[in-house]
Design a protein around this ligand. Structure first.
Ligand SMILES: [Fe+2]
Ligand SMILES: [Fe+2]
Length: 243
């Protein structure tokens, strides 16, 4: 593989999306704090860069970069539809189903494992953040970006001034989500189940870890692909718009 030392994990994830599988495995943050050079990002999670590199080579060799063509060639409208259909719908469904499951597990096992009570609080915070966040994207930001792409100059100047304002806000909210996910993972010792955990406890951990991985992909598509392209398109369309 090419020399990764000079690249950030964000750049690597953008060039070869399949690498995000390895970043997930090593818990390397490529979405919210992805502007970190590869070696440093590995060491931040206590992993040897050579070991991660070996894994990356294996994944690229067996799976290739099939996703790359799709994302690179997608219009902004197609990217947005994919984000909403694949990630927003899944996140809403999981938040709806996991809320009662989380409550059930915390009620049954919270006496014995008190971190479950904090986990329940954190999950409630996550739901409270993500619901309005996705709504703002769907109601305000995404429609403007779609209009900008389809109508160019005849798209109305948005009430928020420039797309850079909501983009900045969405990035801040993504960081908050990233921090909550990190704490959830830390207090559950990387979602390690206690001996003899019941099926509800097991399902909860499994699904929270899956939701976390999906949110990382989702935020990566927005922070690293959609938002920069939307800002660039707006600057080309309305060069005089300033922040
Ligand atoms: Fe989103
Ligand atoms: Fe978002």
């Amino acid at each position: 593989m090419q020399n990764l030392q000079t690249k950030t994990v964000r750049e690597i994830a953008l060039e070869m999306p399949i690498t995000t599988r390895v970043f997930e495995e090593f818990k390397i943050d490529y979405c919210c704090h992805g502007n970190t050079l590869f070696d440093e990002a590995c060491r931040n999670v206590g992993a040897e860069p050579e070991v991660v590199m070996e894994k990356l080579d294996g994944v690229i060799e067996t799976l290739g970069d099939r996703e790359h063509d799709w994302v690179a060639d997608a219009s902004l409208g197609e990217l947005i539809d994919h984000i909403v259909d694949a990630h927003h719908v899944f996140t809403r469904d999981e938040m709806g189903q996991l809320t009662p499951l989380m409550a059930k597990v915390a009620t049954r096992h919270g006496d014995h494992y008190d971190y479950l009570l904090r986990l329940k609080e954190l999950f409630a915070l996550l739901v409270d953040d993500l619901g309005p966040h996705m709504m703002k994207e769907e109601m305000v930001l995404f429609p403007y970006v779609k209009k900008l792409e389809s109508q160019h100059m005849s798209a109305a100047i948005p009430p928020f001034g420039t797309v850079q304002n909501p983009v900045r806000m969405m990035r801040i909210e993504h960081e908050a989500v990233g921090d909550i996910l990190k704490e959830m993972r830390a207090i559950t010792n990387d979602y390690t189940l206690p001996e003899g955990a019941c099926p509800s406890f097991t399902a909860l951990y499994h699904r929270l870890a899956h939701l976390e991985a999906d949110l990382h992909q989702h935020i990566h598509l927005e922070n690293n692909i959609l938002f920069p392209r939307a800002v660039e398109l707006e600057q080309k369309t309305f060069p005089l718009l300033v922040e």
